[in-house]
Structures are given as structure tokens and as C-alpha cells.
Design a protein around this ligand. Structure first.
Ligand SMILES: [Zn+2]
Ligand SMILES: [Zn+2]
Length: 174
């Protein structure tokens, strides 16, 4: 638990610098990511009219599995200057665990991708296309289907063109 005591905040504010394990923040470990090492935080609490304002800076490191190529990679998560306001706290103790956990979870990307241009795995043979090229693409039945579809579209275009030409011709005749 990350706590601050309101009666410890003086005119100059209260700064707390520390580290906590992922379980201190009740952070989950998922299939696609887990937190590596401690999470470090720097908190600055200030008394303002109507309550307490808390500014936090958080640094964490994730180990993630790329959603495209399944490679495991490290992802640093930096959350500078997040603000939380506690309106007239009823007790001296403010528990920051939940707000900070929320900050961390909100900062995580929706998809973990090792690199913007990650080519992923071949859906046919499973080859990692970042490391090697496979021969599936040219033989793939999928691209065969596309070629057929292209042919159909082309047919349609030529058909409508001839139809239009036919009409024009009719107009000229009349
Ligand atoms: Zn990848
Ligand atoms: Zn392949």
C-alpha cells in the first residue's frame, strides 16, 4: 500500500520517493505482459483549499509478448505528472494504491507490438517473417482467391464500359 498522511504535509508539501513491487500495487500479471522488477514512484502532495492534491511520477518495466510475432520484449512505462485530487479527506491517511494502479493500467497500450513494422508470423507455416521469408505467399490459396476476385472486378469494369459505349452510340444514332 502506498499511503500518505495528511498531517505530515506542511506548507512546502510532502515528497515521498519509493519503490514497490507489482503486488504492492495489486497489479495483474497477464498472459501478454508481466511487470519486471519494482515500480518506482515519486509523489508530491500539497494542501490546497478543499483538499489535497497529489502529483505522481511512476516508472515501471514490462515484459510483454508481441501480439504479432510472439517475441518477448521489454517495454518501459513512464507516467510523468499524473494528478489526483482528494476532496477534504475524512481520515489522516490517504491510500494511493488504487489511483496509482489505475494510472499504470491506463498507460499500458492496448496491443503489445515489438516494433511498429513487425511483420508477424506467417499464418500458413508459422515462420517469423521478421527473421526469414517463407515461400507460402506465392503459393498461398489466399492470393489465388484474390487474383480471381481481381479478375471478376476487371470483368465488371469492362462490361460497364462497353455498356456505356453502347448507350453513347445509341444516342448519336438517334
Ligand atoms: Zn513482433
Ligand atoms: Zn509461410
Amino acid at each position: 500500500m502506498i499511503k500518505i498522511h495528511v498531517n505530515q504535509i506542511d506548507r512546502n508539501g510532502l515528497r515521498i520517493i519509493g519503490r514497490g513491487s507489482p503486488s504492492d500495487f495489486s497489479l495483474p500479471n497477464e498472459k501478454s505482459f508481466s511487470f519486471v522488477g519494482d515500480i518506482s514512484y515519486s509523489i508530491f502532495a500539497n494542501l490546497v483549499s478543499g483538499g489535497v492534491i497529489v502529483e505522481s511520477n511512476i516508472e515501471a518495466d514490462l515484459e510483454c509478448v508481441c501480439g504479432r510475432c510472439l517475441a518477448v520484449f521489454r517495454l518501459p512505462v513512464r507516467i510523468p505528472e499524473s494528478f489526483h485530487f482528494f476532496e477534504n479527506p475524512s481520515s489522516d491517511e490517504i491510500d494511493l494504491t488504487a489511483p496509482l494502479r489505475e494510472d499504470i493500467l491506463m498507460a499500458l497500450p492496448q496491443n503489445f507490438i515489438c516494433a511498429e513494422d513487425c511483420k508477424g508470423l506467417c499464418t500458413s507455416c508459422g515462420a517469423n517473417l521478421n527473421a526469414e521469408e517463407c515461400n507460402c505467399r506465392s503459393e498461398e490459396t489466399g492470393s489465388e482467391a484474390w487474383r480471381k476476385l481481381d479478375g471478376l472486378l476487371l470483368d465488371e469494369k469492362t462490361r460497364s464500359k462497353t455498356a456505356a459505349r453502347g448507350k453513347k452510340g445509341q444516342n448519336k444514332e438517334s
